[in-house]
Design a protein around this ligand. Structure first.
Ligand code: GDP
Ligand code: MG
Length: 214
């Protein structure tokens, strides 16, 4: 999409324990293929992609912890001003599931109270080795007001959906007034299309202006 059609730009994070598949999820979302271990030297820290959410183009600017989580050195500046996050655990590792509460506390404290988080139970393809049930995780998600999906960065299942659902929720919150894009550190920037609408207040106030022929 041309940038003149962009409504918003959202800053996204991918958080969770090392080894849960965060980098692979980002790679699958951007490149539409599984990142095999041979090219992990590349260590992508950042990716962006334009998606269409309910007819509006939104650019996601996604930050990966790029291995920092191994050393518990994910910094405040990483979290600052994020609008959305994928919180990832590995369905074959209870340890990564048990760590979710800590990640959640950090995200809500260091990013923003309003950050929209989707919980991703990754490695859905490894169902035979599962240590965390879908039901258990969906209860956790409900209790903590998170959206929830099981994903596979290997097969691609639910990967695009995770990013899109998170973006849709943010967009809904902007449209309902629950989220203010102009608040400092909201993680949201206006795209050209939104700016055009803001600069022509007549049209913004009367969305049916074209129909009434005035
Ligand atoms: P990160 O440390 O959270 O960034 O995790 P990586 O993306 O580096 O992945 C850790 C390991 O899990 C790698 O060996 C990946 O090949 C593997 N992996 C990641 N996602 C999946 C998945 O959905 N299914 C399977 N079977 N393996 C995965
Ligand atoms: Mg990684």
């Amino acid at each position: 999409a041309d940038k003149t059609y962009l409504y918003f730009l959202f800053k996204f994070l991918v958080i969770g324990n090392a080894g849960t598949g965060k980098s692979c999820l980002l790679h699958q979302f951007i490149e539409k293929k599984f990142k095999d271990d041979s090219n992990h030297t590349i260590g992508v820290e950042f990716g962006s992609k334009i998606i269409n959410v309910g007819g509006k183009y939104v650019k996601l600017q996604i930050w990966d912890t790029a291995g920092q989580e191994r050393f518990r050195s994910v910094t405040r500046s990483y979290y600052r001003g994020a609008a959305g996050a994928l919180l990832v655990y590995d369905i074959t590792s209870r340890e990564t599931y048990n760590a979710l509460t800590n990640w959640l506390t950090d995200a809500r404290m260091l990013a923003s109270q309003n950050i929209v988080i989707i919980l991703c139970g990754n490695k859905k393809d490894l169902d035979a080795d599962r240590e965390v049930t879908f039901l258990e995780a969906s209860r956790f998600a409900q209790e903590n007001e998170l959206m929830f999906l099981e994903t596979s960065a290997l097969t691609g299942e639910n990967v695009e959906e995770a990013f899109v659902q998170c973006a849709r929720k943010i967009l809904n919150k902007i449209e309902s007034g629950e989220l203010d894009p102009e608040r400092m550190g909201s993680g949201i920037q206006y795209g050209d299309a939104a700016l055009r609408q803001l600069r022509s207040p007549r049209r913004a106030q009367a969305p049916n202006a074209q129909e009434c022929g005035c």
